[in-house]
Design a protein around this ligand. Structure first.
Ligand SMILES: Cc1ncc(COP(=O)(O)O)c(C=O)c1O
Length: 400
């Protein structure tokens, strides 16, 4: 079990350096996790905001319910039922200020100091940031043996407070959890009475292959709603519409709903009703679905461009993931190579990357790199990968 303080100073430093690098016009950034700005439906967003401010001012400009506006919660519940979680009702849905806030609310509601969170490393840095104030410890989900499991604490015998998973196109590795793993994880959650967070910001960005069932649908017993299973689901419009809307949602088991709403109320009273009504309109009028379709088409080409460039240019001994969706490819350098060293050399060559060690809460792997492929045009991706490959080959020669 490792405390966050052991690594967060270094990740903070990396974030600062990355922000400075990203601002340099001569640097190609494969470091961020940003949507392509050319996809943003600016006119439709302007029309939606104008419409709800003008025609629905009484509700869109007023404070709203802490749990979110009813019609949006109804619409999300319907979407979740259509995706197989058949007992989810609007009562289970809480609208959040981005799904990041959902993660923070779960921590604020469930975690006490020294409680443990179970997860797979590497993992989403923002989740670790969200829980840092709660000072939890971390433990790996145990995938060894026939069934995954959660280890009781050596000190107290307590099970982890919850587990955190990114089943679709995990940030940072791009990997997807297979159906049998999903089934086994939900079975373990039910057996050990541990709630699992299914964080799914990238699910709609699938470029090939078949979508396995969500953890939420596997945890749903299909009975009368509201849903009261062992999975909390977090979703967002950030990757299918625009991150600036800051509209996300959580599907929360009924027994936890009141606690989360109280936390949400204490944090910001409510997510802006203006943006909630605008997001609802953008979903109802098909703008979100159309933007997601354009995103899939654009990003599929960019992913292919990155994979082709890696294949063409990377020296022997470097391996990488081949994501079916999402925004990231994860590179593993030969044993002994330091990605921090590559980071500095790549920056000098005009390419920003993220050293993989910042995505770990326990045992950082120092020879890994996260690459983003969504924010840069295909020819520029090819140029960036070629420069990075040159840097990695030079570094290997220097070390030999
Ligand atoms: C895995 C993961 N979860 C959650 C978020 C937060 O998204 P948002 O708060 O914009 O909904 C992100 C953002 O990139 C992410 O990568």
């Amino acid at each position: 079990m490792t405390k966050l303080a052991d690594w967060f100073e270094t990740s903070n430093d990396a974030t600062k350096v990355l922000l400075r690098l990203g601002a340099r016009p001569d640097v190609i950034s494969l470091a961020g996790g940003l949507p392509a700005p050319e996809l943003f439906p600016g006119d439709a967003v302007a029309d939606a905001f104008a419409h709800v401010a003008r025609d629905q001012a009484a509700v869109s400009l007023q404070y709203g319910p802490a749990e979110g506006i009813e019609p949006l919660r109804e619409m999300i519940a319907e979407q979740m039922r259509a995706e197989g979680a058949t007992s989810v009702t609007a009562e289970n849905v809480i609208i959040t200020t981005g799904s990041q806030q959902g993660l923070a609310l779960i921590g604020q509601t469930l975690l006490n100091k020294d409680d443990r969170v179970a997860l797979d490393e590497p993992t989403f840095l923002g989740a670790l940031d969200a829980w840092r104030p709660c000072e939890p410890g971390y433990t790996a989900i145990d995938w060894s043996g026939n069934a995954p499991g959660f280890k009781p604490s050596d000190d107290t015998g307590a099970m982890p407070k919850f587990a955190y998973c990114l089943p679709n196109f995990r940030n940072p590795t791009g990997e997807t959890m297979a159906l049998e793993q999903r089934r086994a994880l939900v079975a373990a959650a039910q057996r050990d009475d541990v709630v699992v967070i299914e964080d799914n910001p990238y699910g709609a960005l699938r470029y090939e292959g078949v979508q396995p069932a969500s953890l939420l649908s596997l945890a749903d017993n299909g009975g009368e709603g509201p849903y009261d299973g062992h999975v909390i689901y977090t979703g967002t419009v950030s990757k299918t519409l625009a991150p600036a809307l800051r509209v996300g949602w959580m599907v929360v088991p009924q027994r936890l709903v009141d606690g989360i709403i109280i936390s949400k109320q204490g944090l910001d009273l409510c997510t802006s009703p203006l943006t909630q009504y605008a997001a609802l309109r953008l979903i109802e009028t098909g703008v979100e679905a159309e933007t997601a379709t354009r995103a899939r088409d654009l990003y599929r080409g960019r992913r292919d461009a990155m994979l082709a460039a890696l294949e063409k240019d990377m020296p022997a001994g470097v391996t990488w993931t081949r994501p079916e969706g999402g925004m990231f490819v994860w590179l593993t350098l030969p044993e002994g190579a330091e990605s921090r060293d590559i980071f500095d050399r790549a920056a000098a060559a005009g390419v920003a990357i993220v050293p993989g060690d910042v995505f770990y809460a326990m045992s950082p792997s120092r020879n890994t790199i996260r690459l983003n492929f969504t924010n840069v045009p295909e020819p520029v991706i090819a140029e960036a990968v070629s420069r990075l490959a040159g840097v990695i080959a030079d570094r290997a020669r220097d070390a030999a």
